[in-house]
Every structure is written in structure tokens, then in C-alpha cells.
Ligand binder design. Sequence first.
Ligand SMILES: *Cc1c(COP(=O)(O)O)cnc(C)c1O
Length: 404
Amino acid sequence: MLDINKIREDFPILKREVNGKPLVYLDNAATSQTPKQVINAIVDYYENYNANIHRGVHTLSQEATDKYEQARQKIQKHFNAAKPYELIFTSGTTHGINLVANGFSSILKKGDEILVSAMEHHSNIVPWQMTCERTGAVLKVIPMNGEGELIMDAYDQLLNDKTKLVFCNHVSNALGTVNPIKEIIDKAHHVGAAVLIDGAQAAPHIVADVQKLDVDFYTVSAHKMCGPTGVGVLYGKEEWLKKLPPYQGGGEMIAEVTFEKTTYADLPHKFEAGTPNICGGIAFGAALDYMHAIGFENIAAYEHELLEYATQELLNIDGLKIYGTAEQKTSVISFNIDGLHPYDIGSILDKLGIAVRTGHHCAQPIMDFYKIPGTVRASFSFYNTMDEVDVLVASIRKAASMLI
Ligand SMILES: *Cc1c(COP(=O)(O)O)cnc(C)c1O
């Protein structure tokens, strides 16, 4: 059992008020809040050893390099990757996907097929469309059903020997659906296709074991798992990272440069051009330490209770419909109320101190599927309380009575 009140003490922001009301932060699927342990790691870096890494012989540079590489090892351990250099620091999930999509631009040929799930974030659609434009490869969509689950029979039908790549999110940010990624990966490998899993929305709730999954690429952002913005990680299998060309040119990613020819550095530096977000990488490591101290299993169990309770209470509201009713879900609830615009509900909730997301959640194809302009999305984290669920439900009732 988690001591939620004690956990909440770690998050200074949870004490603030919004519009004269205590903040109820339910936009965790967009970004999570930051505990003081992570804030302290950031302050410690700038107060005590701010320096560029891998370049200086001086003490500060060595300290910064050691801490940065230790963070990489923590992340390696977390995802159970075989080698630390299979983890590439990025600016976030979007960067990681673009890195892989760009690399595949020089591998894919005209007529090759790549499969995308119907419930992707725009950041896992647009880069692949760009790759298809460049290569003549064809993008095909794995459809979903009304519950917000992928139709696996249709996936089986789509796979063939022209399929070179499959990409899918582990968890949908708009619906909360947990996708059966092990099955998706195994079936793709059966036809010789590689798989990229967008783990941005899963990472705060589920520990992915990249070796057990046998996944080729897995991307996450630190800011959705108690870390800072502007940093994330791309896991890639060594053989793939060796095969892909570099994404950006610059300092740090080279072995030798002359005007005639440049040779690239070994992994991971080949993909880490320029000065990275050093402090962010170190803070990401601190965020993982923090979450492991609480325990991912404890987090998932408690968030499941929040999800069940909130779902049950919300469904008692007249005219409220939940989108995304998959059997396997994280603590994300997307909903609308008959006749009301999500934006109007969100605005009134903000006046009452409640932060939710409204709109298409960077997943317009899902909204098109349900023929709606968007939803209100409440997403819960382990520092939310059952009382906050009650405040949400009472406030939605109030908003609805004002708007109807
Ligand atoms: C948040 C999110 C992204 C984008 O992450 P960034 O940190 O903005 O790069 C991609 N996919 C999913 C499923 C997400 O939830």
C-alpha cells in the first residue's frame, strides 16, 4: 500500500492553488509533475558540476560525464537492455521516432510496406509519412474496434513479405488502451519486419523489458515519468543501430573528420551529435530512482484502483460517454457529455482548479474514427487521490448544469 499523502509531500506543485481552488492535476498523460528529488538533482548539477561532457580533462567535465553515463546505465537497467550503448539519449519520443524514420529512409525501397496502428500519436504517423514520400514505401493502417482495441485478425491479414516495419504505441495516450505488443512484435518478426514501439504513454505505468519483448526500437520521454522536459531515450537493438545511418551531423558523433571524408563514432555517440541535455539526462536517472523506490508494481496497482473508481463514478453522470473501454487500460479516461463541447467543459473545470486535457490529443485519426471533434481527458498518476476523483465528478456535474 502506498502512503499517498507522504508521496504528495514530494511534489511541491501539488500545494498550489489555481483560481483560488486547490490544484487537482489530471493531465498526467500530457506531462507528469516533478518530485523534489528530481528538482534537487537539477539544482545540484547547476550548482556543483555544470560542464560539457566527454570533452574536457578537467574535474567538472569528468564528474558530469560520469553522472551522465551513470544515468544511461540506470536507464539500461530499467529497460533491461543488453548494452548501455543501445540507449540513445534524445530530446524525447518525437525525436527518437524521427531518428528511426529518417534512418529507414535509406533502407526502404519503393513498394515496401510499413504498418501503423489506427491509434497512434501524430508523432508516430507524420515521420513515417515523410519516410514514405521519400522512399515510395506504402503506409498501411491496422484498424481498431469501437472499444479502442486493435483488430488483430486484420493485422494478421496485413502482414506479408513486403512488410518491413511495424510501429505501434504500447499504450494509447488518447484512450489508455494497452496494446498486445508482444504478439505484435512476434508476428512482425515472423515475416522479417522490424518493430518500433512508442512507449511514451506506457513508461510511467509499465516496465518494458526490451530483451524479453525482443523489440527492435522502443522510445520514451522523461517528462511523462517524473523527469524534466526535453530529454528521452531511444532503445535500439545493437544490430539495428549499427545498420541505421546517423541522423544529425556535428560534434561528438564523429571518429575523424577531414574535408574529404568523415568516419562516425561508435554507438551511442554516432546518434548523439552536439551537446546533449546533460542535466536532463541525469535528472531522468533521478526520476527512475524515485519511481523504483515507490515501486512500479505498487504504482500500477494503485492507479488501477483510481481508474476503476473514476470510471464507475463518471459513468453515473447523465449523458457521459467514455471513449476507450479496452480490457487492458492505463489510468486514462477520455469522455464527452452529450451536447457539450469538450473545450467548454475543460474551461469550467479549470475555473474550479482542475487540470484536464481537451481536444484531439495529437491523435486526430482516433477522433475521426469516433466522429467527434475531441474529448475531455482525465489522466491519473500515483500521486492523485480518490478525493480528487470525487472533486472531478462533482465539478463535471456542476459544469454540465451550467452549460445545459
Ligand atoms: C506524449 C506522447 C508522444 C510524444 O512525446 P514527446 O515527449 O512530445 O516527444 C508520443 N506518443 C505518445 C503515445 C505520447 O503519449
